[in-house]
Design a binder for this molecule. Structure first.
Ligand code: MN
Length: 176
């Protein structure tokens, strides 16, 4: 079984689809063409946070960022990895009436990204970067436009704690 199927099962188990308008779990085929997408949802739940979701391998790999994306390169923001979400979640906004994540979801930013490590002879795929705990991407969104890094820390339960950082813009941040 593929790891991502397991994590969409976690998404499914946390929700009662007779009570929430959130999309049902469905893995889509990994697209061979087109740029992968990302979304950041402002989630006003028991604690306000921003959910960063990156399309990787046909699902949205997700992190809850309590303070939102950093605005400067000197700030590191805690990003707690949460369960993978189905691709359809990128379009979801509205009220989760009850149960897991109850609150209001707004699409705060949306766009495409590219993998800055997928270049050259030592190219690293997004799946590998995720497994390695070091992701470097360029976000092309409505709000955000620039290079960001996600680095897994050794702290916290089950290797869920990452740091989200804004990287300095350099000429080498080229996306194909
Ligand atoms: Mn959330």
């Amino acid at each position: 079984m593929r790891a991502h199927q397991t994590t969409l099962n976690i998404y499914e188990k946390k929700r009662d689809f007779s009570k929430t308008a959130e999309p049902r779990p469905k893995r889509v085929r990994t697209r061979k063409t087109g740029k992968p997408i990302y979304v950041i949802q402002r989630h006003d739940a028991s604690h306000l946070h921003y959910d960063l979701r990156l399309e990787i391998g046909g699902v949205l790999v997700s992190w809850a960022v309590p303070k939102g994306p950093p605005k400067t390169t000197t700030i590191k923001r805690l990003a707690i990895q949460t369960e993978d979400h189905p691709m359809a979640y990128a379009n979801f906004h509205g009220v989760i009436e009850e149960g897991y994540g109850a609150g209001t979801v707004q699409i705060w930013d949306k766009g495409t990204y590219c993998n800055l490590k997928d270049i050259g002879h030592d190219a690293v795929s997004m799946e590998q970067a995720l497994a390695n705990g070091r992701i470097e991407i360029y976000l092309h969104g409505d709000k955000l436009d620039g290079p960001y890094a996600l680095v897994r820390t050794n702290y916290g339960d089950g290797k869920k704690n990452w740091l989200l950082m804004k990287m300095k813009k350099k000429g080498k941040h080229v996306c194909n």
